[in-house]
Design a protein around this ligand. Sequence first.
Ligand code: THU
Length: 138
Amino acid sequence: MTIDHTHQIKPLVKVAEKAFLNAHAPYSNFKVGAAARTSSGVIVSGCNVENASYGLTVCAERNCIAQGVVQGAVQFSQLVIYTKQETLTPPCGACRQVIAEFFQQDGVITAVNHLQQQKQWTVAQLLPDAFLPDHLAK
Ligand code: THU
């Protein structure tokens, strides 16, 4: 699987770390920040936003992608997920589905933490055989 090193992830890590600080996670105390690069090179961010009605929680990744969509993006090339945990955080199943909608199969997703550790996947590795817009009946 080819990993795209065309763009550095460093600027994304900085932005994700900043978004992490605004995470609203009073119920789980599990704060997550995310940053993504749109296909036109714009960097957008998101954090997890929890709710007293727990099921309404939205993950950092989906809020980040939504932020890009608000700004007119339809394609993204890179996503960074930042947590202050020793165990790196991979995107949850729901986020993988949303990522598959907006990234190419070789898009790069990187989990990072405060110890500068990182783990990287392509979108295809995270969700093989994804259900995509093409599968909808025409
Ligand atoms: N969470 C994310 O924001 N992203 C992930 O990849 C995993 C989970 C959030 C949702 C919830 O606010 C908290 O982390 C605990 O599940």
